[in-house]
Write a protein that binds this ligand. Structure first.
Ligand SMILES: Nc1ncnc2c1ncn2[C@@H]1O[C@H](COP(=O)(O)OP(=O)(O)OP(=O)(O)O)[C@@H](O)[C@H]1O
Ligand SMILES: [Mg+2]
Length: 220
């Protein structure tokens, strides 16, 4: 039986991952593809609990290494219980963040050693890699403006990672760019500074270029 396709969205906060992931899922479903949309950290009961631990801002926040392990524990659970079964059943999986976020945030952002991160991540995902990764690249000021607007609209405030400061965010963006340079076949960088519709056109073009416009998984 044909296995499904695994597509991930990556990029810093406010670049539009969740917006475009939902749109891609809608489009694929309209084409008759069975789609599972999920997000990281999260997507299973245990992984969502881990997500809430990671977002807990009280007096004992995770140190860099325990943060990494919590992210990897959540990912292992998601891969084992959601992503692999869906792919094996021929479904397409659209995931909002995956391994590249670990390399960018914990590696380039926080400075943990990348070779160790790769080994540990590979253990957590048991060798699973996305077929296609869409890296939504936005200028920091554009992302910040979007996040501010979202906070005003939803009456929320930034979490721990969002408050990490300018130096962190530029290291993060550079880190994502280096990951994309290293794997140009899998990771497609999308200029995501434009409107939602403009970004969507680029996302769809990248997906169709990778898998063919029918959404059947076969190249035309
Ligand atoms: N191209 C765009 N132009 C303007 N606003 C956008 C665009 N894409 C998304 N937005 C808005 O910006 C905010 C951030 O978008 P979204 O939540 O999709 O980003 P995200 O990458 O998922 O962020 P996070 O990493 O924080 O989850 C949302 O309020 C969304 O409606
Ligand atoms: Mg999001």
């Amino acid at each position: 039986m044909m296995t499904g396709r695994f597509i991930t969205f990556e990029g810093g906060e406010g670049c539009g991952k969740s917006t475009q992931a939902a749109r891609l899922a809608d489009e694929l479903r309209a084409r008759g593809v069975e789609v599972v949309v999920t997000r990281e950290p999260g997507g299973t009961r245990l992984a969502e609990l881990i997500r809430s631990l990671l977002k807990d801002e009280r007096e004992d926040p995770p140190c860099d290494r325990s943060e990494l392990l919590l992210f990897l524990a959540a990912r292992a659970q998601l891969v084992r219980n959601v992503i692999r079964p869906a792919l094996a059943a021929g479904k397409w999986v659209v995931c909002d963040r995956f391994s590249d976020s670990t390399f960018a945030y914990q590696g380039y952002g926080r400075g943990l050693p990348l070779d160790a991160l790769r080994l540990m991540n590979d253990f957590a995902v048991n060798g699973l890699s996305p077929d296609l990764t869409l890296l939504l690249d936005v200028r920091p000021e554009v992302a910040l403006a979007r996040m501010r607007r979202r906070e005003e609209a939803t009456n929320t405030s930034s979490d721990r990672i969002e408050q990490a400061g300018d130096g962190f965010h530029s290291r993060l963006r550079d880190g994502f760019a280096r990951l994309a340079e290293a794997e140009p076949g899998r990771i497609k960088t999308i200029d995501a500074n434009g409107s939602q519709d403009e970004v969507w056109c680029k996302v769809l073009a990248a997906v169709d270029a990778a898998f063919g416009a029918t959404g059947s998984g076969r190249r035309l």
